[in-house]
Design a protein around this ligand. Structure first.
Ligand SMILES: NC(=O)c1ccc[n+]([C@@H]2O[C@H](COP(=O)([O-])OP(=O)(O)OC[C@H]3O[C@@H](n4cnc5c(N)ncnc54)[C@H](O)[C@@H]3O)[C@@H](O)[C@H]2O)c1
Length: 254
């Protein structure tokens, strides 16, 4: 018996470091997964590794037609959609003075608007599942960040977008809970991923700096995020709702 037997999930950014670790964990626990990523190569290699329980679609979650197509293909293959993990996003760091309007717009579009678009695309199928399987309901999980709950110097553009994700998660939890759709968020601390490396000028120094300030003295790893995601989308979490779940070694709880 897997902890996700019968679940059918879309994982956006499923080819990335957090996303691929989560896809592996979901499939290992019995789910079938649509690996939805703007980066076709990364998405396809994850789906190939996972075999018959996964397939990849090229999906820019900021483009509604691509979000709709990912949902349609998932439902046509597997008959339903039980779970949406809105994970795709980009990390950004820099001084506030350098954050011009175009860059802020890009962050808001990729990190926030894309999740809203993807959620709207998935809602009809999630609603159908929540009605058809009332004991389990449907689940939406948002990838926020510790920086979606707290501020930190040099992260303004990213923190604006991720605070927006937390706001979206909380308001949807109130709106969709009565429809038997659970909504939660993940709030990880810093992890050594491709997205993180692309954003920090000195990534190794940033990782060390966060590690030294973290009570557990370790950085987050993709498997930590995947394990938390697994719990939150499973029926074990049937009464967990509207929570920003920290995966941060305690750093943002200080
Ligand atoms: N790494 C960290 O320190 C950290 C901490 C907290 C939260 N996060 C969040 O975790 C999520 C995953 O990031 P990661 O660290 O695994 O980086 P990553 O770069 O490995 O993964 C991000 C994935 O998202 C995909 N993507 C980017 N734009 C997209 C779009 N418009 N449509 C669809 N897919 C798109 C990328 O192709 C990539 O595969 C992001 O939302 C990020 O903000 C990261």
């Amino acid at each position: 018996m897997g902890r996700l037997d019968g679940k059918v999930a879309i994982v956006t950014g499923g080819g990335g470091d957090f996303g691929s670790a989560t896809c592996r964990r979901f499939v290992a626990e019995g789910a079938r997964v649509c690996v939805a990523d703007i980066d076709q190569d990364r998405g396809h290699s994850v789906a190939e590794e996972l075999g018959a329980a996964a397939f990849a679609v090229r999906c820019d979650h900021t483009v509604r037609a691509e979000a709709d197509a990912a949902v349609a293909e998932t439902v046509s293959r597997w008959g339903t959609l039980t779970t949406l993990f809105n994970n795709a996003g980009v990390v950004w760091t820099g001084k506030f003075d350098t954050l011009d309007a175009a860059e802020l717009q890009r962050l808001l579009t990729v990190d926030l608007v894309g999740m809203a678009e993807m959620t709207q695309a998935a809602l009809p199928a999630l609603r159908r599942h929540a009605v058809a399987e009332p004991h389990a309901g449907a689940v939406i999980l948002f990838m926020s960040s510790g920086l979606g709950l707290r501020g930190a110097p040099g992260t303004s553009g990213y923190a604006i977008a991720k605070h927006g994700v937390t706001g979206l998660m909380r308001s949807l939890a109130q709106e969709l809970g009565p429809e038997n759709i659970r909504v939660n968020g993940l709030a990880p601390g810093i992890a050594d991923t491709a997205g993180m490396r692309a954003a920090w000028a000195a990534p190794d120094e940033a990782l060390r700096n966060f590690r030294e300030r973290t009570p557990l003295r370790r950085n987050v790893e993709p498997i930590d995020v995947a394990n938390a995601a697994l719990y939150l989308v499973s029926d074990e979490a049937r009464n967990i709702h509207s929570v920003s779940f920290p995966v941060d070694g305690g750093i943002y709880g200080l």
